[in-house]
Design a protein around this ligand. Structure first.
Ligand SMILES: Nc1ncnc2c1ncn2[C@@H]1O[C@H](COP(=O)(O)OP(=O)(O)OP(=O)(O)O)[C@@H](O)[C@H]1O
Length: 626
């Protein structure tokens, strides 16, 4: 899927909800730490109010001891100003101390909630969302929300209150000067509104672009072997650089808008001060205003300078945080369609009968005119039966095998386990009864033991040994720390065949009633595959198995074979029955045999090449050269 077609990547055309509503949605996460955050905000408010008190004391100083030339009276006032400054510093410290802890807790709680949701959301959700978009929400957006709750929000509240209190003081001292100051500062509101409209879109675009960039990094690291093998490093770098410069331009756009707003927020108040100074000096000269009041008026106006100037970045901060909240809630609000039923049925002793009953399935992004990918598949597996599933590529085999464990839900028909619709079982119980191994064997950054026992953490050591033996994964014991060896991210330090064998051991260790294997032996060489198949027979005697087969030898492992064609089960029977009666089956088997022959010849050639002595090769080439 092309990245540009993903719905979450482009900024929304219109604001779905306002900034305050978007931030209000964070309340459930903030509520537990709200008292402490409010206390921090209160400390910040006290420090701001103390900063306003200083000019008031100065006014007393100028109109009192200074006007009366009373030097002795200056000292107590100076000490009072010092005390106010110390008080202000103390409350600044208290604000930081009080808000840091709760804001990190908000971030951690939200991150856990996001991770829990991502785990619960169905595979169909993950098909549509790029990993980088999820990653950037989990890291960048939540960091933004933490900083806003610790710093932005308290400062916004405090600065707003400081501004109001400061303006009220100005009005008390000189209604005329205060009115001039307020009226001349009014254009700031229009500038801010214009800024809000434009900044909202650019801020959202930057956050989405950061997500795209994270996706690119993730993909290139994930696919580093392919990039290196095909010499595509430069191409990947060019793509990354182009994305990075797009993000840079967007960030510059943001900074430019911020800078413009900041400029107006600086210019406009200073024009107001200049006019006020002009009028104020006139008033003082006429004796309508004391010199102390005029000095204090400007001292207050200067204190208000910061709350006014900070509106710019705090407003930008608020928009960034509200966008971060929207992006977070886009995940949290995603509907999880694959959930436990209201009243789950339980199967105490599963026998392992698996039935597909007129099953239909189509992916979410399928076009309306396309037929269903699984288009009325009906298939019954008896308890303990091993059924191979074959068909030409794209016939829907992998998709069908994803339905019993509810990786996807059927869009029509039913999948029954021991006669119970799989949607009526709790997901935990269902996935205990049905285990899967995929062709693409994913392992985690954990020990071999933890990887294998993922589906059965309480399994005994004997069960673990048995699973490893069946999957021919004895090599794991020879790793540096045996089964406690940590395997690298996604098991990339192991060979493809080794990873597949561990993934198969994981499915076997889960001791399920039904085993669904989607071509899990494809990376094994012929001999190892034969050994695994032989060992699997012992498991498969008691376990129902549905095995997607791409090799004739896997087909022979099965009791019966189901032939899938155009999303339906075309025929079911033993290998020889189908060979005798079904032409399409013969065609599929022939093509599997041809593919297998090609594979074996490649293996033989690779094996012989490995056996050639390099000295012989050198001698031969020298002879050829001669
Ligand atoms: N997550 C997905 N979203 C949309 N379409 C998908 C998705 N996964 C598979 N498809 C499409 O479904 C079709 C059938 O895929 P599926 O993997 O089930 O076939 P298959 O028979 O297992 O093929 P193969 O033998 O090559 O593995 C393909 O055309 C594929 O493009």
């Amino acid at each position: 899927m092309s990245s540009s077609s993903l719905p979450h990547q482009s900024p929304p055309a219109a604001k779905p909800i306002g900034h305050l509503s978007a931030l209000g949605r964070l309340l459930p996460y903030i509520r537990p730490v709200l008292p402490r955050l409010l206390l921090g905000t209160f400390a910040a408010l006290l420090s701001a109010l103390l900063s306003l008190a200083t000019p008031m004391v100065m006014r007393l100083l100028v109109d009192g001891p200074l006007a009366a030339a009373d030097a002795a009276a200056v000292w107590p006032v100076a000490l009072l100003i010092l005390a106010l400054a110390l008080g202000e510093a103390f409350f600044v410290f208290m604000r930081r101390f009080l808000v840091t802890l709760p804001s990190t807790q908000v971030e951690a709680t939200m991150r856990s909630a996001l991770y829990r949701k991502l785990q619960a959301l169905p595979v169909a959700f993950h098909d549509r969302w790029q990993s980088g978009q999820l990653l950037s929400r989990a890291v960048q957006d939540l960091g933004m929300i933490r900083r806003f709750s610790a710093f932005g929000a308290p400062l916004l509240v405090v600065n707003a209150i400081t501004l109001v209190v400061g303006i009220v003081i100005l009005f008390v001292w000189s209604p005329l000067l205060a009115s001039v100051f307020v009226v001349l500062s009014a254009p700031i509101v229009f500038v801010a509104l214009r800024f809000e409209r434009r900044y909202f879109l650019v801020s959202r675009a930057a956050q989405d672009q950061a997500g795209d960039l994270a996706t690119t990094v993730e993909q290139s690291i994930h696919g580093i072997r392919v990039l290196k093998a095909f010499g595509r490093g430069r191409h990947a770098l060019e793509g990354f650089t182009s994305q990075a410069s797009t993000l840079r331009e967007t960030e510059i756009d943001k900074a430019r808008m911020d800078g413009h707003l900041w400029m107006w927020l600086t210019i406009v108040p200073y024009i107001s001060y200049a006019v006020c100074l002009f009028i104020g000096v006139g008033l003082a000269a006429d004796g309508q205003l004391s010199v102390g009041t005029l000095a204090a008026f400007f001292a207050i106006a200067m204190v208000l300078n910061w709350p006014i100037e900070s509106i710019g970045f705090l407003f930008a901060f608020l928009i960034d945080a509200s966008n971060a909240s929207r992006r977070f809630h886009e995940i949290i609000d995603s509907e999880n369609t694959i959930v436990d039923p209201a009243e789950p049925v339980s199967i105490a002793q599963p026998r392992g009968s698996l039935v597909f009953e007129d099953v239909h399935f189509r992916y979410q992004d399928a076009q309306p005119r396309e037929r269903d990918l699984v288009d009325g598949a009906t298939l019954a597996l008896e308890p303990g039966e091993t059924m191979a599933l074959i068909g030409i590529t794209g016939s829907g085999k992998t998709t069908l095998t994803a339905l019993p464990t509810r990786l996807y839900d059927v869009t029509g028909g039913r999948v029954l386990l021991d006669g119970v619709d799989v949607r009526d079982l709790s997901l935990t119980e269902l996935r205990t009864h049905v285990a899967m191994a995929f062709e693409d064997a994913t392992l985690f950054s954990a020990s071999v033991r933890d990887n294998v026992l993922m589906g059965a953490p309480d399994a005994s050591e004997a069960a673990l040994e048995r699973a490893l033996a069946i999957a021919q994964a004895g090599f794991a014991r020879d790793l540096p720390k045996g089964l406690d060896t940590e395997i690298g991210e996604e098991g990339l330090s192991l060979s493809g065949g080794q990873r597949q064998r561990l993934a198969l051991a994981r499915a076997v260790a889960a001791a399920p009633a039904v085993l669904v294997l989607d071509d899990p032996l494809s990376a094994l060489d012929v001999e190892t595959e034969a050994l695994v198949e032989e060992a699997l027979r012992s498991v498969l005697e008691t376990t129902t198995a549905l095995i997607v087969a791409h090799r004739p030898s896997t087909v022979q492992l099965a009791d019966r074979v189901a032939l899938m064609r155009d999303g339906r089960i075309d025929d079911v029977g033993t290998h020889s029955e189908l060979l005798a009666r079904n032409e399409h089956y013969r065609f599929v088997i022939t093509s599997l045999e041809e593919t297998e022959r090609d594979r074996q010849s490649i293996e033989t050639v690779t094996g012989s090449m490995a056996a050639i002595d390099l000295d012989d090769l050198n001698e031969t080439s020298e002879e050829v050269a001669r």
